[in-house]
Design a protein around this ligand. Structure first.
Ligand SMILES: NC(=O)c1ccc[n+]([C@@H]2O[C@H](COP(=O)([O-])OP(=O)(O)OC[C@H]3O[C@@H](n4cnc5c(N)ncnc54)[C@H](OP(=O)(O)O)[C@@H]3O)[C@@H](O)[C@H]2O)c1
Length: 269
């Protein structure tokens, strides 16, 4: 059990949604935080919403996860702030709402870069210092779509599936160095994710999906993520009845495939 207090924690995607709620909960537990995303003003807003006593321990570090070459510099800065990172939270990401046949390849690449390759790169940049310190934790925000592909989310699902392969391999490599990974698979959570989701030409969908609007709160997702890290869970599922998809895929994959086909028809109406 690793108590998440008095730790240096770098959170990507901290400017809204799940990352914002993680920030509030981790700040109130007495951690030193580094907040990253593209929108600096939003990161400052999140910081200013934290208790005044916690704000001196919160640094804002803007970055763009789609610009993979810029991440070396960002990680060097993050490591310099407190001399190490105890917990890296690879949370920043974008979703997708478009059919394969209507999605440009550039959009596929963007989803893979932002959701997968940026997490790979940041992890590789931070890992040597964790190995040297003989300890660390990497929390990754995947999705139930990381366990089974659903219509309109082809490359989103691919990017999240890829996270599982990479971080399961890493987990098996570094457990004996006191370094752990936790993959959080969320269902419908009420954040701006569907509003910001990219369509086939790369433009934002700009509307909240009904399922997201009815989803779990970002605060409850953040609380589950923190508990999962503290208990060294390798993987955790969170959401409503959509979580059943994980078990259906395991036990009745044919049935799940039929249900997903129906889902496509419903969403096209
Ligand atoms: N909400 C759900 O139902 C749900 C379910 C499962 C998994 N997830 C995952 O949860 C994570 C957080 O999403 P959310 O639901 O909290 O949605 P959100 O409110 O839209 O937050 C997404 C975060 O990612 C950041 N981000 C996006 N593109 C970025 C880029 N190119 N560079 C740097 N930061 C970037 C955004 O900040 P800026 O715009 O300021 O850059 C924002 O802070 C994502 O990985 C998402 O796939 C969400």
């Amino acid at each position: 059990m690793t108590k998440l207090s008095d730790k240096t924690i770098w959170i990507t995607g901290a400017s809204s949604g799940i990352g914002e709620q993680l920030t509030y909960q981790l700040a109130s537990k007495g951690n030193r935080l580094i907040l990253s995303a593209r929108r600096e003003a939003e990161l400052e807003r999140v910081k200013s919403n934290c208790p005044e006593s916690a704000q001196k321990n919160i640094h804002v570090l803007p970055l763009d996860l789609s610009d993979l070459d810029s991440l070396d510099n960002a990680a060097a800065k993050a490591l310099k702030i407190h001399g190490n990172i105890d917990v890296l939270v690879n949370n920043g990401g974008i979703s997708q709402r478009s059919l394969v046949s209507e999605t440009s390849f550039e959009v596929d690449q963007r989803l893979i870069n932002v959701n997968f390759l940026s997490a790979v790169k940041l992890t590789k940049l931070v890992l040597p210092s964790m190995i040297q310190k003989n300890g660390g934790h990497i929390l990754v925000t995947s999705s139930l779509t990381g366990k089974f592909g659903t219509p309109f989310r082809s490359s989103y699902a691919a990017s999240k599936h890829a996270l599982h392969g990479f971080f399961e391999a890493l987990n098996a490599e570094v457990w004996d160095k006191n370094i752990y990974t936790t993959i959080f698979c969320g269902g419908y959570i009420k954040t701006d994710i569907s509003i910001n989701a990219v369509t086939g030409d790369g433009s934002a969908q700009n509307k909240m999906d009904a399922n997201q609007a009815k989803g779990k709160t970002a605060a409850s997702a953040a609380a589950i993520m923190i508990k999962a890290v503290e208990r060294n869970k390798r993987e955790v599922y969170f959401g409503g009845k959509e979580v059943m998809g994980v078990y259906l895929k395991r036990l009745f994959p044919g049935l799940l495939a039929k249900m997903l086909r129906k889902m496509k028809i419903n969403e096209q109406k």
